[in-house]
Write a protein that binds this ligand. Structure first.
Ligand code: 13P
Length: 253
C-alpha cells in the first residue's frame, strides 16, 4: 500500500511572521497524524523559522526549488546540500510556474531531480499540461514527456524514491479542479508510463499526487481514486484549518 503524501506549497506568499504562525498552527492540528506524510514548502528565507516551528512533529519541511550543482559560483541559487542542512526532506522540481513563468526546461528539471536524489532528499517531480494542450488532446503527450525526461537515467530503485505531482496548469489557482475521473485517468496513464520505464513493481510503488485547486470540499473525492496517493496544495495550504482538513482527508469506499 502506498503511503499518502500531502504537501503544502506556499509559493511566494506571506511574511516571516505569517509563515511561522501558519507552521505552528499546522503542527498544533496535525501533531498526531501518523498515517500520512505531511510537508510544507515555505519560501527560502522562511525555511529555518518554519523548521523550528514544526520540530518534534510529523510535519516535514520542503523547498520549492533547487539548483543541481552542490556549490559554486551560481549567484542567487540554492543547492541541495544547503537545503538538507536547513532541514528539508522534500524538494519540488519543475513546478509549472517554474516551467512556464521562469522558462525551466525538461533538461533542467531532470538535473534537479537527479541532484535531489543524490543528496538523499525526496524530489517531487511536477508534471502537467496547459489548457491549450488539453484542448488539442495533447495531455498524454505532454505528461509522458515530462515523466520520461524528468526521470531519464534513474534506476528503477531510484525511481521509487520520486514523488510525482500531476498538476494540470489550467487547474492551478483557478478554482477549476480536474474532476476525480480526469485526475484518475491521467494518474493511471502516468503509472502505465512508469511501468514501461521502470517495471511494474516500481510503478506500483511510486506515489502520485494531484495538484490544482485542491480544497477541503474536493479532497475526499480526489483521494478516493485508486491512483491518487496524495495532493500538492497551493492556496488552501495557506490557511491552517483548510490544510488541516485536507491532510485529514477521508477516502470513500
Ligand atoms: P492551487 O492549489 O492554488 O491551485 O495551487 C496548486 C499548486 O500549484 C501546488 O503546487
Amino acid at each position: 500500500m502506498r503511503r499518502p503524501v500531502v504537501i503544502g506549497n506556499w509559493k511566494m506568499h506571506g511574511s516571516l511572521k505569517e509563515a511561522a504562525a501558519l507552521a505552528a498552527g499546522i503542527k498544533r492540528n496535525l501533531f498526531d497524524l501518523a498515517e500520512v506524510d505531511i510537508a510544507v514548502c515555505p519560501p527560502f528565507p522562511y525555511l529555518l523559522d518554519v523548521r523550528d516551528e514544526i520540530e518534534n512533529s510529523p510535519v516535514r519541511l520542503g523547498a520549492q526549488d533547487c539548483y543541481w550543482e552542490p556549490k559554486g559560483a551560481f549567484t542567487g541559487e540554492v543547492s541541495v546540500p544547503m537545503l538538507k542542512d536547513a532541514g528539508c526532506a522534500y524538494v519540488l522540481c519543475g513546478h509549472s510556474e517554474r516551467r512556464h513563468v521562469l522558462g525551466e526546461s525538461n533538461e533542467w528539471v531532470r538535473k534537479k531531480v537527479a541532484a535531489v536524489l543524490a543528496g538523499g532528499l525526496t524530489p517531487v517531480l511536477c508534471v502537467g499540461e496547459k489548457l491549450d494542450e488539453r484542448e488539442r488532446w495533447a495531455t498524454e503527450h505532454v505528461v509522458r514527456e515530462h515523466v520520461e525526461e524528468g526521470m531519464r537515467g534513474l534506476s528503477s530503485q531510484q525511481a521509487q524514491d520520486v514523488v510525482i505531482a500531476y498538476e494540470p496548469v489550467w487547474a492551478i489557482g483557478t478554482g477549476k479542479t480536474a474532476t476525480p475521473d480526469q485526475a484518475q485517468e491521467v494518474h493511471a496513464f502516468i503509472r502505465k508510463t512508469l511501468g514501461r520505464l521502470f517495471g511494474e513493481g516500481a510503478a506500483q510503488a511510486i506515489r502520485l499526487q494531484y495538484g490544482g485547486s485542491v480544497k477541503p470540499d474536493n479532497v475526499d473525492d480526489l483521494m478516493s481514486q485508486p491512483d491518487v496517493d496524495g495532493v500538492l496544495v497551493g492556496g488552501a495550504s495557506l490557511d491552517v484549518e483548510s490544510f488541516t482538513r485536507i491532510a485529514k482527508f477521508r477516502r470513500k469506499t
